[in-house]
Design a protein around this ligand. Structure first.
Ligand code: ZN
Ligand code: ZN
Length: 253
């Protein structure tokens, strides 16, 4: 078993709230400098830049997982991860069609830029990505699961746009094993506040929108191989795979 550093929630230039500096080369260079082994770019409601970032990740020797940060009808942010592009692409199409038909206000929110491998701007997405899907939280989880993806609600310790802020609890039939936490989350305090969270794997990510934030929040996993199925096993504490928590005795987790 080997220890792998991961960041499974960060943004590319596609996210209107993300900096233009988040180019594939710059993101992957910074991530490798920060010692990250596995990375998932998770833009808001779209994977339009996934392949370009995947190829850049490979160039820098990083393992890439296809991802997206979905905003459900209840305005809950959910991270969906996929281990291959074929299924991710199909899911992405369906997700895009489920978004409310509202145009992006680029002046206000920023541009939604799709780029090529040479970092040229190919197009910008018209439909607003900082918006909700018509899918409910329950439907979203079901769709991800049925597509063979892995889902975890994002940043449960944030003030807004998470399952606790929007619903007040995690539905027991949600059938999830992990939740995301922010870069600066105090896990002990979080569990004191919401004791039910001790039953979930806590995945810390940077949610970086700017280069300087990359590396600010990582999760270390004990895995056999640096891939998504191993991460899922670690979230379930199966076959020796697990998360290395600095704040609690790992033998007791
Ligand atoms: Zn979010
Ligand atoms: Zn995010």
């Amino acid at each position: 078993m080997q220890l792998y550093k991961t960041d499974l929630h960060l943004h590319s230039v596609l996210s209107p709230c993300g900096g233009l500096e988040m180019s594939p080369q710059a993101v992957m260079k910074k991530a490798s400098e920060m010692g990250i082994d596995i990375i998932a770019i998770t833009d808001h409601n779209s994977m339009a830049n996934s392949c370009v970032y995947q190829r850049a990740a490979v160039k820098f020797g990083l393992n890439y997982i296809y991802g997206v940060e979905i905003q459900t009808a209840e305005e809950i942010h959910v991270i969906a991860l996929f281990d291959n592009w074929k299924i991710a692409k199909e899911f992405n199409k369906e997700l895009f069609n489920s978004l409310l038909p509202i145009d992006n206000d680029a002046e206000y929110f920023g541009d939604q830029i799709v780029i090529d491998d040479d970092e040229n701007i190919i197009r910008s997405i018209k439909k607003a990505l900082l918006n909700s899907s018509i899918w409910t939280f329950e439907t979203t989880l079901k769709k991800i699961r049925n597509s063979g993806g892995f889902a975890f609600p994002a940043h449960v310790d944030a003030h807004t746009n998470n399952v606790i802020s929007q619903l007040g609890f995690i539905p027991p039939d949600a059938n999830i094993t992990a939740v995301g936490i922010t870069a600066n989350c105090d896990e002990k305090e979080l569990i004191r506040q919401y004791p039910f969270l001790q039953d979930y794997a806590l995945i810390r990510n940077s949610d970086a929108h700017y280069l300087n934030d990359i590396g600010s929040g990582i999760t270390e996993f004990y895995l056999k191989e640096p891939n998504l199925s191993e991460i899922i096993l670690a979230c379930k504490k199966k076959n020796g795979r697990k998360i290395k928590y600095k704040w609690r005795n790992n033998d007791k987790q």
